[in-house]
Design a protein around this ligand. Structure first.
Ligand SMILES: Nc1ncnc2c1ncn2[C@@H]1O[C@H](COP(=O)(O)OP(=O)(O)OP(=O)(O)O)[C@@H](O)[C@H]1O
Length: 232
């Protein structure tokens, strides 16, 4: 399913006034592809991701999956939570794994919370741990894994519910260039295989060789690609 942000604006209250963190952004991420979102600190990247994830409603505009309007200015918390559980996978800057669970259990719990049938979950979870290169560590807890391995488990966990949309916030910030590049490559490959429309926020353009498209955000707006190329 394609991800569409249609005229998305997000305004925060700010003292006596307001702050426009996202200003009339139009963006489509086709199913199975990965779009990277770059831009300086404070440009609005995390705010845009939060709207795409239904963590906050847009002030104006809508988020669609295909033709299906999923988040609007009036979406209820219950509907947003349900859509997030059923249809969206998220990877955060830090892996946010549960300390007492093994890698495999992190995925199983996540799938069960999403109401997936137990019988199919273990097989899918092992497939994904294999796909991200940590199948040999399925029985280990986070403290027994390296930073890169933990991030790989978090990526597998985000995909275990078979999400239509995958949202990734700075997955490489704790990794060196080599590992960061490999994690982005892994995400773009999995997006292609699973058909998830993937939006990936990054600070580090040098790790993005494998993404399908790059957008740059500045002062709450998207710059178009030709503008970016002109400035590169
Ligand atoms: N909850 C909030 N309330 C008020 N203002 C906020 C809130 N969250 C973010 N902002 C402001 O919105 C603007 C965009 O912030 P955002 O975190 O989306 O930027 P970013 O591009 O993700 O930055 P970074 O790369 O540093 O994470 C900033 O001016 C920020 O101060």
């Amino acid at each position: 399913m394609d991800l569409h942000l249609d005229h998305v604006t997000l305004v925060y209250p700010d003292g006596d006034g307001t702050l426009t963190a996202v200003d009339d952004v139009d963006l489509t991420v086709p199913a199975g592809t990965t779009t990277a979102l770059l831009g300086p600190s404070g440009a609005g990247k995390s705010s845009l991701l939060a709207v795409a994830a239904g963590l906050t409603n847009p002030t104006r505009g809508t988020v669609r999956f295909g033709e299906d309007v999923v988040f609007t200015p009036t979406t209820t918390v219950a509907d947003a939570t349900r859509a997030r559980l059923d249809r969206i996978g998220m990877v955060f800057q830090s892996p946010q794994l549960l300390g007492s669970l093994t890698a495999l259990e992190q995925l199983e719990l996540h799938a069960h919370l999403r109401g997936r049938r137990p019988a199919s979950v273990r097989e899918r979870a092992m497939e994904l741990l294999d796909a991200v290169g940590v199948a040999d560590h399925a029985g280990k807890r986070p403290a027994q894994l390296s930073g890169g391995q933990r991030q790989r488990v978090a990526i597998a966990r985000a995909l275990v519910g078979r999400p239509e949309v995958l949202l990734v916030d700075e997955p490489t910030s704790a990794l060196d260039h080599e590992r960061g590049t490999r994690v982005v490559e892994l995400i773009t490959g999995l997006a292609r295989e699973t058909g998830a429309a993937t939006l990936l926020v990054s600070h580090d353009a040098s790790t993005l060789a494998t993404v399908d498209a790059t957008e740059r955000m500045l002062d709450a707006r998207l710059e178009r690609a030709d503008t970016v190329a002109g400035r590169a």
